[in-house]
Design a protein around this ligand. Structure first.
Ligand SMILES: [Zn+2]
Length: 167
């Protein structure tokens, strides 16, 4: 196990939910391979004391940085992690990570998974090229910084929160 995983697992149960989340968001800023390694190890060893926000931070890290060689372990984790109950099943975040890593394995770039998800906002893995305001929506052209593929995204701000639709 990575030494950071060992120390985090010992530390997490004593922290508040917010502190856990912040602590695990910080691993997303480690060099890519290391961040993905620690995030997966945390999920493999989590229990009720780890907390749902911390688990979501790990899933987010794996969505951005997870590697094809981690796919089998990620599938196994999805089947065994606690659900925690709640209105929304947080394990959907692991499904997002799985889709992203599968896209890397099969199609060479995780942007294909964001595109397939269709309803997500874009993150720092895309640069915004152009934004055209239309009558009810904005149409934004974004480019994947990894592979250069461009996508058009419709952003509808007329609801309580912005809604995204990828083309
Ligand atoms: Zn891409």
């Amino acid at each position: 196990m990575h030494p950071l995983t060992t120390s985090l697992l010992a530390e997490l149960p004593g922290l508040s939910a917010d502190q856990r989340h912040q602590r695990l968001q910080a691993i997303g800023r480690l060099p890519g391979d290391e961040a993905a390694t620690v995030a997966l190890e945390i999920l493999e060893n989590m229990d009720e004391g780890t907390g749902v926000l911390a688990a979501m931070a790990c899933a987010d890290t794996l969505q951005r940085l997870g590697r094809p060689d981690q796919l089998e372990r990620l599938r196994a984790v999805r089947a065994t992690v606690p659900s925690f109950g709640g209105l929304r099943d947080w394990r959907a975040d692991i499904d997002g990570a799985l889709a992203a890593v599968e896209a890397v394995a099969q199609q060479g770039c995780r942007c294909k998974a964001v595109h397939a998800n269709n309803t997500a906002p874009w993150g720092p893995e895309f640069e915004q090229l152009e934004r055209v305001e239309e009558e009810y929506v904005s149409v934004v052209t974004v480019r994947c910084v990894s592979c250069g593929q461009t996508y058009r995204v419709t952003v509808d701000d007329s609801y309580h929160y912005p809604m995204f639709s990828w083309h």
